[in-house]
Design a protein around this ligand. Sequence first.
Ligand SMILES: [Zn+2]
Length: 448
Amino acid sequence: MGGFDSRPGGTNLGPGAGSDSSGGPGKRTLTEQLTVQPKGDATGEAADAGGDAGTAAAASGESSAKKGTTDPAALRKQFDATPESDVDKLCRLVAQRFSLKVTSTSDSSGAPWDKAGLRRCWDVLEMLPPEHVSKNRDLKSLTRYRSGSIEGWASDSGEAAIGYGAGNNIDTETEVGAFTDASDPLRGKNIFDATVRHEIGHRVDAGVGGPGYTASDDGGGWQTWDGSAGMAERIVTASGGKISSWPDATEKTAIIRCLQKVIDDRVPDEINDRLEALAFLSHHATDAAQQAKLTDIKADNAVSALRVAFSHQGPWDLPTGGVKLGDRIFQESYDWPQWVSYKQSARAKKFSRYQFRAPGEWFAEAYATYYQPPGAKGALMAGLDDKTKTWFDSKVDPQHGAGGTTPPGTSGGASTPTGGATSTPSGGGTSAPAGGAATPARGGGGGA
Ligand SMILES: [Zn+2]
């Protein structure tokens, strides 16, 4: 549940845009990855990128080629037997098991992995379909960055980044409200695990037709605009209020231009001041007719909607999502900016509040929910959003919903987790106090 998604893949795919072209039919097979190019891509990339990010991946390629060990259970045994201090080897083993580059993020926030984090990642990734992980050409690396809370981001370049810090207990921290309401399926679940699934979900989205589903009514009816141009006009029209039928065309143009400037400048707190400064309202304080016009403008739902629609305000956290225009919520999903609208009625079957930030977050949260253990895949969707469960069964999950959320006997019985706590039963009674849960860091940095 990436409070810090910078550029989640699949969220900003306009028609024909994005990484869809790389998704295509020819997903790389596991065989290709391991025999033709054991970690080849990852190694090459790391070399291009330079820095010590390349070390682990390059070494893992070597290791893979030398030892030729691909048996998951054997790799897990090696992992469990490796001391915590040997982070390079631990990364190498995860890299080898899942055909990923495993390292720290390449920017200044990058932090070395530790065994506890890698072990949880292993357990989560093993539970997911190989088509979404080791065979997924849209997923190239699993990285760590330093963060005070458990969070993540994913990039169109194939990176899934996980953030956590020394103050986090990744084995016990559960979602207690930063991203969910009390009745949402993701409430009370291990945050780290859900975050890993969420970020992998971003890298699965485009390849399984997520953007098409989220554009459909069953998936929220999302519309996306990269940039803010024309948003005021759209919002005024969707509202169907007094501004849209304003009798004086010149005044109407001035109002819309004013609102568009508020949108471009991202300043909802200045709406009143800016409206009052409109030339044709310059005497509103003393002129009753002008005052009446100003009142009409402010009473339009288009204006009410804009007051709470900006990404730094987190409108998706509001009980209503914001002010409905027609049957839709309009909001700025990211500050780069991206604007979206969705059908407000879709919130009635939400998995988390964060799901309603953007279509990509909608998919990623649905993905995290579908593969949430224990039990059957999609168990948490059943009875809440059956249509989405059916779509996941048929279009997202390669096993069509079979197999459950327990890893298929690969390392499961064989491995003995070393050190402390292993997995926390979902919904465990001990929800971490808000101290660790942290406020979601909204608004992303400028990811790749
Ligand atoms: Zn996300």
